[in-house]
Every structure is written in structure tokens, then in C-alpha cells.
Write a protein that binds this ligand. Structure first.
Ligand code: ZN
Ligand code: ZN
Ligand code: ZN
Length: 103
């Protein structure tokens, strides 16, 4: 993952903290914590669907949809939680439920 410069990170943080719709479409938001503004984000050990902030330990969903390939981000209101499988629902309607795999 590329390291963001502080200015870019700050602008993205300020913007997406207020406008969460769109986080999923911004590749650099994979490297910015929306809680503490840290850019030290690493994959969560033992969970391939999550990333975790090394500074504040906030973990969030961020992964590629297995059906359409778009990014799914748990901080984005367009990717709500699925109460069946526990993953997030992609804008294409897929989540971790088995029915999604046959689409
Ligand atoms: Zn953080
Ligand atoms: Zn999808
Ligand atoms: Zn599901």
C-alpha cells in the first residue's frame, strides 16, 4: 500500500468524515482511519475482509465484492451490514450469503 502524504490524508479525512457516501469509491480511504485520522492501516489478522487502524485499533470492513469486484467499505452508508452473514452488502446487492455466489 502506498503511503499517503499528510495533506492529502487530511483533506480526504475532512471530506469523508462528513460525507460518508463515497468512501467505497475512494481507493485512498483504505489507508485512512475515519476515527483518528491515522494513515497506519493494516490488514486485520485472521479476517481477510477487515482492515484495522494501528493507532486506535478501530477495525472496519474493506474488501472487494466477490460478485462484481467493486470495493465494499463498512464505513460507507451504501454498504450496510447484512444480518444474515455479518458481512456488508455491496451496491450490487451481494454480501456473504450463499445466494450471492450464483449471480
Ligand atoms: Zn484510528
Ligand atoms: Zn458487488
Ligand atoms: Zn449476507
Amino acid at each position: 500500500m502506498e503511503t499517503l502524504d499528510r495533506d492529502t490524508a487530511r483533506k480526504l479525512f475532512e471530506h469523508y468524515r462528513k460525507h460518508r457516501d463515497g468512501i467505497r469509491n475512494e481507493p485512498q480511504m483504505a489507508s485512512i482511519c475515519l476515527i483518528c485520522e491515522s494513515i497506519h492501516i493494516v490488514p486485520k489478522v485472521g479476517d481477510p475482509h477487515m482492515l484495522v487502524c494501528r493507532n486506535c485499533n478501530f477495525a472496519f470492513y474493506r474488501y472487494e465484492c466477490g460478485v462484481c469486484g467493486k470495493t465494499v467499505d463498512g464505513r460507507d452508508p451504501r454498504n450496510p451490514a447484512c444480518h444474515e452473514c455479518g458481512l456488508r452488502i455491496c451496491t450490487c446487492g451481494a454480501c456473504g450469503c450463499p445466494k450471492a455466489e450464483s449471480l
